[in-house]
Design a protein around this ligand. Structure first.
Ligand code: SIN
Ligand code: CO
Length: 416
């Protein structure tokens, strides 16, 4: 078992949570669309999106030179022990794939000296500012598509087996080495009876050994297998791609929740012409026809679709719990503090907008007057002290920001 002195772990925990004493991670601005960047092998984000995004794999050597893992191994293991965290342990001992779901206490993990196991934690960006800062480097893709940052730790020989994903992913090596083999094979049949998705016939076409700072971009459905050479850590920056079924179902649910059904939603079904029947179990054809007519009356416009997407996509994941300040500043002190140090969105906050609406953590919010500052806050995820001062004369703005601060949705203090 890994030796993990508890006092060290306690330090790690307080460093992760933004306590007043801890400095937030520096804001690493995403590259602008027309600027070549090492992150994308000296392509501009525009070139990358045109040539590779959703199209073909790209290996990028030294995408982030001198990278450091956002979490040490001990911090990572400690994270996997938290109740709210989505952690999985995959072992491949004696040629048998096994999957267990966390949380995992330290003594429930295999020894780091044992070969062929891997621990994966989803959504690390929600728990750690450094992971969130790493995810932010990929904001040349819209936030509406950006999902989360997953970290995997693998002992020598560890991996999740050859498989494919249904979403785009950047696989960034942050510690140690991992050998990736990939294939654009058409046969994506999975081995039956396994607790995880492992391809039956993996036929690798290309192979690379990735070292810290190297990164592999894969579009959906490219078969891949990453095996650790010595212990290693890999960050996966994943993108969400809801299915059309999920979108339609959620949209209809959204319409229903807003009470936007056909005509008079409260009107009761009536059938004054219904004759007496001999076959009571038979569904009346007139009923089907009438309900068809009611459903055909359901109408929606672009505004309803934007409102659905904004609230749906900005909704925090079910496991997310915000941490409101324990001793919140009153509004006057909040204004005075933010005027000195600015504000930033909490790492768990989602803020999206379109031409007409803003969507904050699943809520559609309305604002009278100019909203340039809110657009900038959404895009930069922070606001300088100077900018805050120019807004502070508007009490409706400061009252709203104070409300969000009290909810734990924004923090006082810019990025370092
Ligand atoms: C891993 O990090 O081990 C798996 C990531 C992936 O294949 O998507
Ligand atoms: Co994968």
């Amino acid at each position: 078992m890994p030796k993990r002195p508890t006092d060290h772990l306690a330090d790690a925990a307080s460093a992760r949570n933004s306590s007043p004493a801890s400095k937030p991670a520096p804001l690493l601005l995403p590259p602008s669309p027309a600027t070549p960047t090492p992150l994308l092998g000296n392509l501009t984000p525009s070139q990358f999106m045109r040539r590779y995004w959703q199209k073909k794999p790209l290996l990028i050597r030294q995408a982030i030179p001198n990278i450091e893992a956002p979490l040490s191994r001990d911090e990572f293991f400690e994270l996997a022990d938290q109740d709210e965290v989505e952690a999985r342990l995959i072992t491949h001992f004696r040629n048998k794939w096994q999957l267990e779901h966390g949380p995992f206490a330290p003594d429930e993990l295999p020894s780091v000296r044992q070969r062929a196991w891997t621990l994966l934690v989803q959504g690390v960006d929600l728990y750690d500012d450094r992971a969130r800062a790493l995810l932010d480097r990929f904001r040349f893709v819209p936030d509406a598509r950006l999902d989360d940052l997953m970290i995997s730790y693998a002992s020598d020989g560890g991996g999740v087996g050859p498989h494919f994903d249904s979403y785009d992913v950047f696989l960034l090596q942050v510690k140690g080495k991992r050998r990736w083999r990939i294939s654009a094979q058409k046969d994506l049949t999975l081995q039956a009876g396994l607790p995880l998705k492992v391809l039956q016939n993996f036929q690798p076409e290309e192979e690379w050994l990735l070292e810290p700072g190297d990164m592999l971009y894969l579009p959906p459905h490219i078969a891949h297998d990453g095996v650790a050479e010595g212990e290693c850590m890999t960050c996966s920056i994943g993108f969400r791609a809801p299915s059309t079924g999920e979108l339609s179902a959620q949209f209809l649910y959204h319409l229903a929740e807003r009470g936007e059904s056909a005509g008079d939603a409260g009107a009761l079904y009536r059938d004054p012409q219904q004759p007496a029947v001999e076959r009571p179990a038979e569904l009346p054809a007139a009923l089907v026809e009438r309900v068809g007519a009611i459903l055909a009356e359901i109408k929606w416009n672009e505004q309803d679709i934007a409102s659905f997407l904004g609230t749906y996509l900005s909704e925090p994941k079910p496991s997310v719990v915000f941490d409101p300040p324990q001793r919140p500043l009153n509004e006057a002190r909040f204004i005075s503090q933010a005027s000195k140090s600015g504000i930033r969105l909490d790492r768990k906050t989602n803020l999206l907008y379109n031409r007409r609406f803003f969507f904050l953590n699943g809520e559609e919010i309305s604002f009278a007057g100019t909203k340039k500052w809110l657009i900038d806050l959404a895009n930069h995820r922070c606001m300088s002290a100077k900018r805050f001062v120019t807004l502070s004369h508007d009490s409706s703005v400061t009252a709203r920001l104070h409300e969000w601060y009290r909810a734990g949705w924004i923090q006082v203090g810019e990025f370092a």
